[in-house]
Design a protein around this ligand. Structure first.
Ligand SMILES: Cc1cc2nc3c(=O)[nH]c(=O)nc-3n(C[C@H](O)[C@H](O)[C@H](O)COP(=O)(O)OP(=O)(O)OC[C@H]3O[C@@H](n4cnc5c(N)ncnc54)[C@H](O)[C@@H]3O)c2cc1C
Length: 420
């Protein structure tokens, strides 16, 4: 977003700083919510002000979002690629291929998504895109406000009946278990056609394993000689930069045997995987959306789909005249409880991560695993998934969880040296 844009004829309500809804942060969650709230066809059109910071130090670098879905995603024009098969490779190289049925595994780039959604929002009435940094958000009589500063130092206060805040938090809430999903990826171009464009290598465990946690390769093929190849760990702390380079070198040269290749872009990040409780409200009318509101699935780090579900649900309610504005939980309690057991079992080393995930994808149809991760599986399917895991260590871990204290995480959400 650049400058300030107030779209459409009906924008009068927003021009004086008042809107039905104020959204702080124009990343995955903020843009998705603005998009859902202002989609054409509402019985009761809403005015929305979306505040995105101009400060480069606060804006996250462009990134790749993958998610799975049945039917149109709503952002199909922005998709880089889609696949119908996922592969998991065990430590011994054994292959488990899974079909997705009617679902597709999609890849989206955040900058393309931002451009598409911003263009759509600009064309919609009652949308104001404000480039400013929110310094404070708070309840006020009848709603909430964000006190913002523009790039030229002007103070702007925007008010709404509801405010949704997606600014990342400086610290993680206390938790019993927190691992970091940290990774670096290379967009590679090989001199020979080496990639199978039909299948995503979701978890390739043929890489050396860290002493604490687990590591795997991840390959998103974009053509016979083009792919995003990543090295990922689930472990307590990120690596120093050269260690990712060494791990990717080993994976591309020794495991994938790519031959000669060039790297056109690098992507890096850290996603906290935690059983912390994320507050969805910090005031009567101040709500939290996105990763800061707990949308990241603890056991996987996937966030994008939960953001879409949550934003879709709250937008439908507000557009139908519901004044409550509260967000539904991003994940089911049962899913969070199962994830908490898995995180703790991985953290304590009671289960072997590579063997756990390889067996899960071998014993449970991939489509069912994905529905489970979306919170769409039945309790009976969840029970079958539970029985496909190492039952004794998982039960022991589940039994001790209620007695464990929640402790503060010793560092920023992005971890230490390699934070992305
Ligand atoms: C490298 C990487 C890859 C990922 N890949 C996937 C994936 O494949 N699939 C998946 O499901 N999840 C993925 N995730 C996790 C998750 O989807 C992303 O972190 C996602 O960006 C979270 O969306 P968000 O809106 O909560 O936060 P963000 O996208 O980070 O948005 C927050 C926004 O707030 C803005 N902001 C910050 N401070 C202020 C302020 N004071 N005032 C105004 N605006 C402010 C920022 O500029 C930013 O635009 C990935 C995460 C990373 C880091």
């Amino acid at each position: 977003m650049s400058g300030e844009r107030t779209a459409g004829a009906g924008a009068g309500a927003a021009a004086d700083g008042e809107a039905d809804v104020v959204i702080v942060g124009g990343g995955a969650a903020g843009l998705s919510l603005a998009h859902a709230l202002t989609a054409p066809g509402a019985a009761r059109p809403l005015s929305v002000t979306l505040v995105e910071t101009p400060r480069r130090s606060l804006r996250p670098p462009a990134r790749t979002w993958c998610f799975w879905q049945e039917g149109p995603s709503g952002f199909d024009e922005a998709l880089v690629a889609s696949w119908r098969r996922l592969r998991v490779r065990g430590r011994d190289g054994g292959v488990v291929d899974g079909e997705l049925g009617a679902m597709r595994y999609h890849m989206l780039r955040s900058d393309t998504f931002e451009a598409l959604v911003t263009a759509r929002l600009t064309a919609r009435p009652r949308v104001r895109l404000l480039t400013a940094t929110a310094e404070a958000v708070r309840d006020v009589p009848g709603g909430a406000e964000a006190v913002c500063v523009t790039a030229d130092g002007r103070r702007v206060t925007v008010r709404g009946r509801h405010l949704y805040d997606s600014r990342p938090a400086r610290t993680l809430p206390p938790a019993r278990s927190t691992l970091l999903q940290h990774f670096r990826g290379w967009f590679v171009h090989t001199s020979e056609p080496v990639f199978d464009g039909d299948v995503v290598e979701l978890m390739d465990f043929r890489v050396p394993q860290p002493p604490h946690g687990l590591a795997f390769g991840y390959v998103l093929p974009l053509g016979p000689a083009h792919a995003l190849v990543e090295y990922t760990q689930f472990s307590p702390t990120p690596l120093a930069g050269p260690a990712y380079t060494a791990a990717l070198r080993h994976y591309t040269d020794e495991v994938l045997r790519l031959g000669r290749f060039t790297v056109s872009a690098v992507e890096q990040g850290v996603i906290p995987m935690t059983d912390a409780r994320f507050p969805r409200r910090t005031g009567a009318r101040v709500h939290r959306i996105g990763a800061v509101g707990g949308a990241t699935r603890p056991a996987t780090g996937y966030t994008f789909s939960a953001v879409q579900r949550q934003c879709g649900a709250v937008a439908s309610a507000l557009r139908a005249g519901d004044e409550d504005g509260r967000l539904p939980p991003p994940h089911r309690r049962r899913s969070l409880a199962m994830d908490a057991v898995l995180l703790r079992a991985l953290d304590t080393g009671r289960v072997n991560g590579p063997d756990f995930f390889t067996a899960l994808f071998r014993d449970v149809p991939t489509e069912r695993v994905l529905r489970f991760l979306d919170g769409r599986s039945t309790w009976w399917e969840d029970l079958l998934i539970g029985f496909s895991t190492p039952v004794v260590p998982m039960l022991r871990t589940g039994a001790e969880l209620p007695f464990l204290p929640r402790r503060p995480h010793p560092g920023p959400p992005g971890g230490g040296p390699g934070g992305g």
